[in-house]
Design a protein around this ligand. Sequence first.
Ligand code: SF4
Length: 398
Amino acid sequence: MLPLDTKARWSANWQEPILLKVAGLQEFVAGVFPMDRMLLDLRVPEVAAAGALADLPWAGFLVNPGDIPFNDRPEVAVLGDAATVQPGDVVEIRPGSSKIAVRYRRGDNGNVLFATERCNSFCLMCSQPPREVEDGWRVEQLCDLAGLIDKDEPSLAISGGEPTLLGAGLERVIRRCAQALPNTHLHVLSNGRRFEDRLYANMFSDAHPSLTWGVPLYGDHHRLHDYIVQSPGAFAQTIRGLYALHAAGQRIEVRVVLTRLVAERLPELARYIYRNLPFVEHVALMGTEPIGFAKAHHEDLWIDPVDLGATLLDTTRFLSRRGMAVSLYNLPLCTLPAELRPFARRSISNWKQHYLPACDGCTLKNQCGGFFGWITPEWTSRAIVPITAKDELSCARH
Ligand code: SF4
């Protein structure tokens, strides 16, 4: 679990926040990114050995803390875990800060373009509590970041906060990704409310060749959904938004966080989705991330996933037998009935993922998504037990 920022010091007098790509030999040879937007990683022995490389017009150099200054050009020394920043990554350096932040990590399964801290919902289990700040500046920053991301990156999420609060800025970010990263799948997490305005939904109709909207739905009726998102009228807006997105030719995933109240009506919700939203191409049923607002609402939200078994079976069977793709996210394999294990995905981003001591010796550890790094005993299922080869054999026989 590598963090997304680390202590660092730098010699340059950068006046504004700056995004820089870390370059090794591969980035030099590929010649895809401008040299003046890259930090040459002199911590890599082969790079340091190629002395003439340092004469090229790099933005600066990435060095070890104790290294003697290479020349009088800008140097950045990582003071924390050196592995936090690697060639291919994109880092943000902010004047006045003592840290650098990793805004893109090569090879990570959970890279996110963070759109805004603002949100128009206040979900009981929000993992990223919103803040009412003016952060429209992120549009330019994300457009800049898109230009420094690996061209063969398979997928990126755009999340917040509520990304649609950027208004036309979100369209601009997505179109910039289409230009810089046409082969990268974009997955935008949005509550969908803003799309009740069909004109806004239509703005995205040809914005990117591979774009999916992940929209949460927490109930088959307005009272439940509006309560979970703490926003009267949200259910109606989201349903209208889903229809408008569909009319605009967009691909849609419905996301359901399995809090206790939602789980009580999960079969009804599945039937609602099947009957009313048949155009949805994927339904994600997700365990709760125990951070942010969720921590304050444990009593309202928590249900041990092992107690969900029958409901999850019924719901998953109902949808999949009718041709709707279903996945289970954030649910440890040992808490699921064996029939559901093929639906489970390793959904937790690498930098957040964690295993418990009980997982040692589990034969399915490589397939299991494990836990969020901030798991506590009160959010841990009582059913966490290593799965043995014997268990698997007996499941296969039944
Ligand atoms: S014991 Fe750990 S690794 Fe094995 S299935 Fe359970 S949570 Fe996953």
